[in-house]
Design a protein. Sequence first.
Length: 388
Amino acid sequence: MGLVMSRDGIPIAHHVFEGNRLDKTTVQEVVEDLKERFGIKKAIIVGDRGMITIKNIEMIKGHEYEYILGLKKRNRKVVDHLLEKVLKNPEEPLQEFGYSDLSPMLKKKYSEKVRFVAGYNQQVAKKTRGKRDRNIALFGKLIAETKLVGDLKTVKKSNDKLKSFLSKKHITRLYNLRMEKIEEQDLIYRLEVQEIEAVMEKEESLDGRYFIQTEVSEQIDKVEIERSYKSLQKVEQAFRIVKDEFDIRPVFVRNESRIRGHVMISYFALLIETLMERKVKEIFPEAYDKNDKAVKKIRKTGEEPLTMMTLFEELDDVRLIPLEFKSENGKDVKISYISTKIDNDVKKVLSSLGVRNAMNPEKLSFQKTKTKSDRDQLVLDLGVEYLN
């Protein structure tokens, strides 16, 4: 599933792809859909590291769009080149480089308009380094418990065991494992485990760092470029909601049209939740920090402002109660419905959404509003004036 979101986190389109398609092969289809179906003439495509290819960049530029794409940190010559410059000011949270900072060889591969932004997050670096150190310590313990000398079968089993651990902990690149015969006559083998110091140093220098490539105008500074790139976290959060809260998987249908229908329902549910959350943030701005993250996740006194989590908790407690009224002769029965008590803060949210008489289901109605805020609730925030 592919999801297209606006800068402020509103899902505007979704795509269903074959399960074996690589991310980088889906970009053209999505970009062309934006152009043809929505008529968007100017936009900045923000994508993660799996989407950057020369072909995709040229295709995006061919549609008169611009791009902000993440770079893979490993096995990229341009990142290796930029890292040397970055490490001159290793604690700097945000650094920018341009075409003039590239080597003569790299200049042949990039446009003169290219810009690179290198970011550094000290907290992430500390967390990454701590996790790696723990895994290395566990690997050292595993080596001590593993038989490294013996017949071929024994040593091969040990080799597979250590490689499996390295793969599971994503530290395979840090070590070199090699089996060698030490006694020709008795066919005795030894497994050598060698730490690759150069790779270890490189990994340490990359901790907490990320690299962004773009060709947007200088009107957008490096801070705005980084902010736009980090908006991808909203897409990741949306996928978590769809997978965990809406239970989009497993899919129990096989027909393609039904699979697409199943995904579309999940998409509409995501859209509804996103618009509801915008209303909650408007009514209870004190419940969210400057990064739009909920400050309080659990209601303790009933006086805390609502968040989406606490709103769902409150709604989950609402029950519909049927009441039976019998006539005097007992033959005629009239059934009426009421709901259990609804919290005042929840009523505020329902009212802002146009829901009337929530506690009286028989008179439940949706008020049509013509206010500008409601008309413009799906207007996209492109975030930069020069696109207008």
